[in-house]
Design a protein around this ligand. Sequence first.
Ligand SMILES: [Zn+2]
Ligand SMILES: [Zn+2]
Length: 235
Amino acid sequence: MANHWLSVIEHWLYPPTCLLCGDAGEGGLDLCGGCLESLPRIQEACARCALPLAHPGFNRLCGECQQTPPAYDAALALFHYQQPVRHLIQALKFGGRLDCARTLGRLLAEHLAEHPHRPDALVPVPLHPRRYRERGFNQSAEIALELSRRLAIPLHASLCTRIRHTPAQAGLSARQRRVNVRRAFQVADTGLPRHVAIVDDVVTTGTTVNELARTLRAAGVACIQVWAVARVSDH
Ligand SMILES: [Zn+2]
Ligand SMILES: [Zn+2]
């Protein structure tokens, strides 16, 4: 009840405003109806790695997953990493616009509300402490926080840490990416959940979430999902 009144007061003080065009938001969301419609939702994707597929085969797996399945059990991404979603994610990451994390997190939570798997914990992809200090926040943790609030799944932000400061993955080949993130993560050895969902803002090639999943699996996590706001289509 207290929360309800807080949100009523908040909406009165700060009426929802579209993050993209500045019009009034709809349904308490910081997006107007037109801009919400314009977001590039993924229609068909690989059931394992969430890669958007133009022509899903009978088993709905991309070629890569048929040959070398990733360390996680399944991934889900809501949007193509295209405009205007790209703009919202960049405003969050590089402009510190945490309201974008709340809006994107809410849209992902609404999409996941009917999801058959309910993990014991949400695990945001950790930043290296050095990058965290530069940025002041972890965008994946901000999205996971909103998911946690809306889906009532505990956030376990300290379960995984990034122990190697790796260069950004952009511009690296697939092999270089794998080498770059190898042994980049460490998992706390107490309070290990059985079933986790790794939360990421954008999955590019999947190398980073795969390495994190590999580390969680080796530590003893039984079931690993990946939940991302956006997925890059091809590389
Ligand atoms: Zn708008
Ligand atoms: Zn796949």
